[in-house]
Design a protein around this ligand. Structure first.
Ligand code: ATP
Ligand code: ZN
Ligand code: MG
Length: 398
């Protein structure tokens, strides 16, 4: 019988600490999947389908789902969450009861160009500028050197740091027409779009030499690669467009395909990187207190793809490599990562041959803030009327 909803009993029960990750990964199982839920008991996965599928197609999807279940659940153990700061109870405007995305869209403060791609209007833009100012101020307190990085990143670069095996699902590829007069002429006179985008045949396009950059700090590491660090240590800052294709998880301003990140990046000896990461956290803590944001800082792991997830998540947790600033979203009684404090050990130093004066590989770390998410979380807590905002933000924006 054909169906538009698929209920799958996982071959292994999904433990509670994996339910969120499992739900997110379902977006990449099959193009027919429109949405997913995982029962709190971990014994049922429900998939909404974009169209009615027959039994054989359903069976193929179920097989893929079970592959994910086995890869993620087998041998997984609960990682201890370490909480460094907890200000989730900080008072926010209790009247805000809904996702600000809808109100922003209705008011023309936000417009959606396509899935995960948004234009921000004046209110959001001013708010983003306010947060940018806070982060640039933090960067200055470390005398960070300013950089500007490109939006494109060479495929070779990402290959060199194993990005393709860790995060294949969220890559965005850049291409261009082949430099061939016939191809270009044909495109110029025939280019057209249907509901899936351009109808041009793939043969007209070049190979993929570059991608759209998924993060900011990689560009710094590549610019320092294959030589000793100039003065043994570097502190840099940059803001940039980042791209992560998050499939059907791109549902609101919460998760975008194209977003902006400000990073402060530390390269040098281990103690230097760890001490600066900790100082950055303490300085941000004071800033968040001034802003009035309700949040918590806790250990986390990167959203690695299925095959790498278990091993890498455990590794990150064991070595306390990543802490997220999770802001409260009162309307859905949950939290959202607005930034992270990261330590990569000597991973980039080794992969890219960045060396310290004694010849050993450099260590790296970064603090990264998602600018749209900062604004979004703030509006979720304090609403769209600046009159009700904490004094400091209201004054800065007036
Ligand atoms: P999440 O846990 O939400 O998937 P992440 O762990 O992948 O995020 P990082 O790699 O630490 O995030 O990136 C730093 C910051 O960039 C995040 O804290 C968040 O503010 C922002 N960010 C990451 N992915 C997105 C996205 N798809 N849309 C908007 N902002 C994002
Ligand atoms: Zn970074
Ligand atoms: Mg995360």
């Amino acid at each position: 019988m054909s169906a538009t909803v698929l209920e799958i009993k996982p071959v292994q029960a999904i433990p509670d600490f994996l339910i969120g990750e499992m739900r997110a990964k379902m977006a990449y199982v099959d193009e027919a999947v429109a949405g997913a839920q995982v029962a709190l008991a971990g014994n049922l996965i429900t998939l909404q389908l974009k169209r009615a599928l027959g039994e054989s197609e359903q069976a193929l999807i179920e097989q893929k789902v079970q592959r994910v279940v086995v890869a993620m659940v087998k041998g997984a153990f609960k990682l201890k969450v370490q909480v460094l700061e907890d200000f989730l109870d900080r008072p926010v405007l209790s009247a805000v009861a809904e996702d600000p995305t809808n109100t922003l869209l209705a008011r023309g403060e936000l417009s959606r160009e396509a899935t995960g791609i948004y234009v921000l209007g004046p209110l959001l833009t001013r708010l983003v500028a306010f947060f940018e100012h806070q982060f640039v101020d933090l960067a200055s307190s470390f005398q960070a050197e300013p950089y500007r990085f490109p939006t494109l990143i060479p495929a070779r670069y990402l290959e060199r740091v194993d990005y393709f095996s860790a995060f294949p699902h969220s890559l965005t590829f850049a291409t261009h027409l082949r430099s061939d007069l016939d191809v270009i002429d044909h495109f110029a006179s025939h280019a057209a779009c249907d509901e899936h985008g351009l109808t041009t045949s793939m043969e007209s396009f070049s190979g993929v030499e570059t991608l759209l950059s998924p993060a900011v700090c990689y560009h710094l590491y590549f610019s320092l690669a294959d030589r000793p660090l100039p003065s043994g240590q570097v502190v840099a800052t940059a803001v940039g467009n980042c791209f992560r294709y998050e499939s059907t998880n791109l549902t609101s301003l919460e998760r975008m395909w194209n977003f902006t990140m400000r990073e402060i990046i530390f390269v040098g000896p281990k103690d230097f990187v760890l001490a600066n990461r900790e100082t950055a956290r303490q300085r941000m803590s004071e800033k968040f207190a001034g802003i009035g944001l309700a949040y918590r800082v806790e250990s986390a792991n990167d959203p690695f793809f299925i095959g790498e997830f278990k091993k890498q998540a455990a590794f990150q947790s064991a070595f306390q490599l990543k802490y997220e600033i999770r802001a409260r979203l009162p309307f859905k009684d949950s939290t959202l990562a607005v930034g992270s404090y990261n330590y990569h050990q000597d991973f980039f130093g080794r992969k890219l041959n960045m060396t310290l004066p004694d010849g050993s590989p450099a260590h790296t770390g970064c603090v990264a803030f998602g600018l749209e998410r900062m604004a979004y979380a703030f509006l979720s807590q304090f609403g769209l009327d600046p009159a009700a905002w904490p004094e400091q933000v209201r004054r800065a924006i007036a």
